[in-house]
Design a protein around this ligand. Structure first.
Ligand code: NAD
Length: 361
């Protein structure tokens, strides 16, 4: 395990993307969002993605420095085409449009299509919450067929995340943000690179037998080599039995079909689609009952006797805030294999040996 200080990690990853064809501003933005995923404990959506992002860019799957097109533009509604730009560039552009429309009208819906990987969806809910807005995000990952629906053995869904952010005055927002699969694909990636193991029965083999071996998803792989989910014959399982599988379907239909990205299908180009609804709670509730009631209810919610083995009942967003505080102070831990794969990519794109040594020190 290596531990890299936050700023050092951001600077190094930004250096990689600068060498991979992005402007300095975009390179820093991608590096900052990926590092934030690690800071919040979502290593699956952090810097472990550097090799695959660069590979996608080299294959033309993602395009540096895109500016979104407004395909539909009404006072409360927009359809925004990300044109396969990096998600860390086009998603904040789409969210900004949502924030502006919502502030003007009280309610806005933004359909973002054809975005590169938008990473941790919680980033976008936090961006809206910082402006005092509630947001609801239905996301799919077209082209990334990984998940078996409830009752099925074969892959039909992406990991299709769902996210809700609720702002609070003077306190961090409530942010519920999860993949609708038992684990996000990135968690299989992390496990395959020597990180945290998968929960029991997270995967299902083509024979219908449950297991937790990343080979089920990727097929056989070498330690530092690429992970290609088209090589595996099994699937991740949808979470929450029929209910989670149903929510995943809704994410495919709203995040994929309604946005124009397309629901997940074989041989579709990778893109995230995100259908997001933004609500200004102050327009609904000018007397501001909402904020006090959130505080009252959150205290009531948390103040339950925990089950054996659990120290404390948490609300969504709390685990991320705690990990963020700890890692901001102590640095980001990365398994040796993850770090080696990032360094390999840095060398491939031409980052200097001295920069690599500096980051590794
Ligand atoms: P997860 O299983 O870790 O669940 C995270 C959610 O559960 C958070 O809201 C967190 O606050 C809450 N939580 C966790 N532990 C808790 C506890 N003990 N008590 C109360 N709440 C708790 O997340 P995941 O499904 O592995 O998803 C990880 C990330 O992957 C998310 O940020 C998601 O947006 C992202 N993702 C992105 C894509 C994409 O295509 N861009 C696809 C899938 C997932």
């Amino acid at each position: 395990m290596v531990t890299v200080q936050v700023q050092k990690l951001i600077d190094f990853v930004a250096d990689v993307f600068s060498h991979a064809g992005s402007s300095a501003a975009e390179a820093k933005r991608i590096a900052t969002y990926l590092t934030t995923a690690n800071l919040t404990g979502h290593d699956s959506h952090g810097v472990i993605r550097v090799p695959v992002y660069v590979r996608w860019k080299n294959m033309g799957g993602v395009v540096p420095d895109q500016t979104v097109d407004l395909v539909v533009d009404t006072p409360s509604l927009a359809v925004v085409d990300g044109k396969f730009g990096y998600g860390q560039t086009v998603a904040p552009q789409a969210v900004k449009i949502g924030i502006e429309k919502c502030k003007a009208t009280g309610l806005a819906a933004i359909a973002l299509r054809n975005a590169g990987h938008i990473g941790r969806v919680g980033d976008w809910a936090e961006m809206a919450a910082a402006e005092g807005l509630v947001s609801i995000h239905f996301v799919n990952a077209a082209g990334s067929i990984l998940v078996a629906p409830y009752g099925g053995v074969e892959r039909r869904l992406s990991t299709a995340p769902y996210c809700v952010g609720i702002p609070r005055e003077g306190q961090r927002p409530v942010v519920l943000d999860f993949a609708t699969s038992i684990v996000a694909e990135g968690k299989v990636l992390v496990a395959s690179r020597g990180g945290k193991k998968l929960p029991k029965g997270a995967l299902i083999g083509p024979d219908g037998v449950l297991n937790e071996d990343p080979v089920t998803l990727y097929g056989p792989y070498t330690p530092e080599g690429a992970r290609d989910h088209s090589q595996g014959r099994g699937a991740i399982r949808a979470f929450g039995e029929h209910k989670g599988s149903g929510l995943a379907l809704i994410c495919e239909l709203l995040g994929g079909a309604l946005t124009g990205t397309g629901a997940t299908a074989p041989n579709r180009r990778f893109a995230n689609g995100m259908f997001a609804i933004y609500v200004d709670p102050k327009r609904i509730d000018p007397a501001n009952f909402f904020d006090g009631e959130i505080s009252r209810y959150v205290s009531y919610f948390k103040d339950t006797k925990p089950v054996a083995g659990i120290d404390e009942v948490l609300i969504p967003g709390e685990p991320e805030a705690r990990t963020r505080a700890e890692r901001t102070a102590n640095g980001v831990p990365l398994p040796d294999e993850t770090w080696a794969a990032i360094v390999n990519t840095a060398r491939e794109v031409g980052v200097s040996e001295s920069a690599i040594q500096n980051a590794s020190a």
